[in-house]
Design a protein around this ligand. Structure first.
Ligand code: AN7
Length: 353
């Protein structure tokens, strides 16, 4: 077994003898057992899949490594994507690693600071578009049809091939597929990829069952829940501020085949889950990631009994991606004191209980 997604799951991926086996160390991310929230919510077992531990801090690296390897195999001269931030960070990193220029179209003023910093540091050509993600994706699709540049959004099938390996890892670590997967939904590629992964692993008799796929959109950006595209999607979770998901139909298929749901959570619910996840579990995910936990809380409050269930929440990206939101939305326990022992004791001893 090699390292990285291509090496570890080669047999399940579109790898040929001429595919370069590149890796930045993506995949093999921790599956952390909940220490507090799971018990409070009455889950039999609750786990968090920490996709923020990938090299660029989100799950996108799993699919990007495959997409870039195939682009190299096909002698592509450059790659291009539209992005709410994480895809562009990942494309920029793997582009830098392999010397393939990365062109990224991002909605102006809508990308979290950490993600913008990454695209800049990795040296991508950043094209700011005065429009939202859906507008940028349309432009990129048209551009890459017209010009000989490889599209690396998740409409590139190699992306989902790589992303499905997260389902393999969850199954490998647990010894079988879990009962339920809670996952944020934006462009709907990831829920599609997980479902594909679970189905393939079951077909290969690596598992004995399939999980229910529980997908969550942000309330102001919930086209799949509403049943029509949203022209001006709004949510604090900028990663999933998407009004017309590319993998809409396959997300519905994942929902229906698995007996799952796709529902919406409000920004308040997302923020509450975001704070709980960090302050009660030590897991700092970005707001979009917290939609999975918000969805779990909502479903339990609606009466779903998970007492004999094994549940996995996918924490798709690290909280460090969006430092502005953390600083502005969390009530920090900060006090200023004089530099004396008495002053420190006065506040520290009461905080230590
Ligand atoms: C942290 O980077 O669409 O449903 O352009 O960054 O597969 O789109 C990111 C999406 C969830 C939603 N969590 O996944 C992009 C982009 C995080 C994300 C999603 C995204 P999909």
């Amino acid at each position: 077994m090699g390292i990285g997604v291509l090496g570890k799951y080669r047999a399940y991926l579109p790898v040929s003898d001429s595919t370069p086996m590149i890796t930045l160390g993506e995949g093999d991310t921790p599956l952390v057992k909940s220490n507090r929230l799971g018990a409070e919510l009455g889950c039999g077992e609750l786990y968090f899949k920490l996709e923020g531990c990938n090299p660029t801090g989100s799950f996108k690296d799993r699919g990007m490594v495959v997409a870039i390897a195939k682009a190299l195999e096909e002698h592509s001269v450059a790659v291009m994507c539209a992005s709410t931030g994480n895809t562009s960070a990942s494309a920029a990193a793997y582009g830098a690693y392999t010397g393939l220029p990365a062109l990224v179209l991002i909605p102006k003023g809508e990308v979290a600071l950490g993600k913008l910093a990454q695209a800049m540091a990795y040296g991508a050509r950043i094209i700011m578009v005065d429009g939202n993600f859906d507008v940028a994706l349309k432009l990129v699709r048209d551009f890459t049809t017209k010009h000989h540049i490889t599209l690396v959004n998740s409409v590139n099938p190699h992306r989902l091939q790589g992303q499905k390996t997260a389902a393999f890892e969850v199954s490998d670590v647990l010894g079988d597929a879990p009962d339920l997967i809670f996952i944020p939904v934006g462009n709907a590629g990831n829920i599609t990829a997980y479902w594909q992964g679970f189905k393939e692993y079951r077909a290969a008799e690596m598992t004995t069952r399939l999980p229910r796929m529980m997908g969550f959109q942000a309330d102001g950006a919930a086209p799949i829940v509403r049943g029509h595209p949203i022209n001006n999607p709004q949510t604090i979770a900028s990663a999933i501020r998407i009004g017309n998901p590319a993998s809409w139909q396959s997300a519905l298929q994942a929902r229906d085949e698995s007996g799952g749901i796709i529902d919406a959570v409000t920004d308040d619910e997302i923020l509450e889950a975001y704070r709980l996840l960090a302050s009660r579990e030590g897991v700092f995910g970005e707001p979009a990631s917290a939609a999975s936990v918000a969805g779990l809380i909502k479903t339990v409050n609606q009466g779903l009994d998970l007492s004999d269930k094994r549940v996995v929440c996918i924490i798709t990206g690290t909280g460090l991606k969006d430092p502005d939101l953390a600083v502005s939305s969390v009530q920090a326990h900060t006090v200023e004191v004089e530099p004396t022992m008495e002053a420190v004791e006065a506040v520290a001893l009461s905080a230590a209980g």
